[in-house]
Every structure is written in C-alpha cells, then in structure tokens.
Design a protein around this ligand. Structure first.
Ligand code: AMP
Length: 226
C-alpha cells in the first residue's frame, strides 16, 4: 500500500484531534499535531516553548517560518515512511505550499466543516486529560468538581486557549486564513469536505471512505485519464 498522507483541516474544535487519533490507529501511522508539539514544548520549558508560549495563550498563530521548520523536522523522521495524519498544519497558504514541497501534492486533504456557533458550544464542554492527554467532552461544564478521565482516571482540565475570549480570537484567526487554504486544495481530487456536525463515528467513516477510495486510485496503474 502506498504511504497514506492525510491532512485534516477545519476550525478549532471541529474534531480534527479526535479524528486524527482514530485515523492514526486505523492506518497504523503517526498522528502529528503541531498544537500538541508546541504545547509539549511549553510544558517542558524548551527554547521553542518559551518562544511560543505567549502566542499560544493568546490564540494567535505562530509564525510561518517557525512552523514550517517544525513540520520539515517532524516529517523527516523515519516513522512517517508509511504515512501520517497531520492535525493543525497547514494553517496558512505559505505553510500549505511548503507542505507540497516536502511531500508532493499527493496528500489526502480533508476539511471538517462545523459552523462557528456549534464550535463555541463544543469548546465550552471540551476538556483534556492532564495524564493521558485525550480530548473529551464533559456533561456539565458548570459543575465545580471536575469529572475524572474515564480512560485513565486523570484530571480533566480546560485548555487555557479554550477560554471563551481566546476561542473567539482563534475562530476569527481561522476565518481569516481558512478560505485561501481551502482554495489551495479544493480543486484536487484528493480533497474532501466532510460534515463535522455528524456523530464522530460517521465522520470517521466518511473520512475513511474517502481515504480508501484515494488509496485504490493511487494503486491503479496511471493511464493518463483522471
Ligand atoms: P491546535 O491544538 O491545533 O488548536 O493549536 C493550538 C495553537 O498552536 C494555535 O492556536 C496556534 O497558536 C499554534 N499552532 C498550532 N499549529 C499551528 C500552525 N500550523 N501555524 C501556526 N500556529 C499553530
């Protein structure tokens, strides 16, 4: 099977992270979340982490040069030989062009579409486990006691950049950059837009159908016909 290179794009809170974990498991390829790489650097207090901490807290984008260097380094690691699921990159057309240079245009690109009002609602209930780092949704966002993580018993905490004010800024940032990125990919056969308001299982199934269709196409001898 050829390498399965998957790029998930969509607004913050559209379910990219959840879908990326599932797809990585299904195709046995690494999940690469640029946001998680940056958050880990902040937690570890590395030079990169110190440089990006304020930007992450504000909900703005880290500069293209830093992000493309990070993507180049990560995509040069041997574990991506059979493919990868990229979650959170590219966020700008500059990044999308660099990604084309790194891996060619054969990437499968999936846009997960969710309206802004639904994103705001979802972010209110979104929590991340401070132990296993899985993202989950709590049933009562106003309950004073945090529910334990159902998978490992860790504490479910709100990501600092999921505070309502920062979410609004992140959505505005996404809106400012989304259209050119989608235009960059939309005409490619490997691009698909999926309704992210469906149940997560249906979203996974729709993405997998698209990926499998693309994999069959890649495996066929090329005849010149599209
Ligand atoms: P995420 O977990 O994908 O929502 O990313 C969290 C934060 O990391 C974003 O709000 C940005 O500050 C930063 N970030 C992650 N990926 C990128 C990227 N490709 N370009 C610029 N900033 C990024």
């Amino acid at each position: 099977m050829p390498a399965v290179n998957i790029v998930l794009i969509g607004p913050p809170g559209c379910g990219k992270g959840t879908q990326a974990v599932r797809l990585a498991e299904r195709y046995d390829i690494p999940h690469i979340s640029t946001g998680e790489i940056l958050r880990a650097a902040v937690r570890a207090g590395t030079p990169l982490g110190r440089e990006v901490a304020a930007t992450l807290a504000s909900g703005s984008l880290v500069g293209d040069e830093m992000m493309t260097d990070l993507a180049r380094d990560r995509l040069a690691q041997p574990d991506v030989a059979r493919g990868f699921v990229l979650d959170g990159f590219p966020r700008t057309v500059v990044q999308a062009r660099v990604l084309d240079e790194i891996i060619g245009a054969s990437t499968i690109v999936v846009l997960i579409e969710v309206p802004a009002a639904e994103i705001v609602r979802r972010m209110g209930t979104r929590r991340v486990c401070d132990a296993c780092r899985l993202t989950q949704s709590v049933s009562d966002p106003f309950h004073p006691d945090s529910e334990p993580c159902p998978y490992c018993g860790g504490n479910l905490v709100r990501r600092p950049d999921d505070e309502p004010k920062t979410v609004r800024h992140r959505l505005a940032t996404y809106a400012a950059f989304a259209a050119p990125i989608v235009d960059h990919y939309r005409s490619r056969a490997s691009f698909a837009a999926i309704d992210g308001t469906q149940h997560a299982d249906k979203v996974t199934a729709a993405i997998a159908t698209h990926i499998d269709r693309m994999a069959v196409r890649e495996a066929r001898p090329h005849t010149g016909a599209s």
